[in-house]
Design a protein. Structure first.
Length: 191
């Protein structure tokens, strides 16, 4: 199949993985695995927002530094960041230095902090389509960039004031958090 690639360890994986060790680990251990918890989902939301316009491998390589400078993505802590923190983050070459994305992450943290415990998790997962309603993609071409569910999730988050949560970004989040499983037919993860 042209949508899977044979890896050096003999396992067939989704073609987008290539041979990068961090991508291999991410594909095998995270992508498509159900993820719950407000902090964890806030982190994914923030990182997917930073990824917009960039390669996901760039974000994966910078993720340890992101976690360090964004207080482990604890919404309560990030919500307290002020202008000095934004200035500090704008000088940190270990992250993506985009003022709008940094400010959105802080603003989004405030919104998450002000939600009831578990509310973000419940809200996001309420848009996950039932697995039985989604056929397994046979090829990479069958994997959408946007779906009805990701558009609805984006709209729901935007109504609450969240930023950098467009439909394409939310579909990537849905894939990365296991709300949808887009491992293609033939990938060892589909077994």
């Amino acid at each position: 199949m042209d949508s899977v690639i044979a890896s050096p360890d003999g396992l067939a994986r989704c073609r987008w993985v290539g041979e990068d060790p961090e991508y291999l680990r991410y594909h095998d251990e995270e992508w498509g695995v159900p993820l719950h918890g407000d902090r964890a989902l806030f982190e994914k939301m923030a990182l997917e927002g930073f990824q917009a316009g960039l390669s996901w491998i760039t974000i994966l390589r910078k993720r340890p530094r992101f976690r360090e400078v964004f207080a482990g993505f604890e919404p309560e802590l990030v919500a307290e960041f002020g202008p000095d923190d934004v200035d500090r983050l704008m000088t940190d070459a270990g992250i993506i230095r985009n003022r709008a994305k940094i400010e959105a992450t802080i603003s989004n943290a405030t919104l998450v902090r002000d939600m009831a415990d578990g509310e973000l998790d419940e809200l996001m997962w309420s848009f996950a389509p039932p697995a039985s309603d989604r056929p397994r993609p046979q090829t990479m071409a069958e994997i959408p960039a946007v779906t009805e569910e990701s558009t609805a999730l984006s709209k729901a988050l935007r109504r609450r004031g969240f930023r950098f949560v467009g439909p394409t970004t939310m579909y990537a989040l849905m894939q990365s958090t296991g709300m949808v499983d887009d491992h293609v037919e033939g990938c060892w993860r589909t077994a």
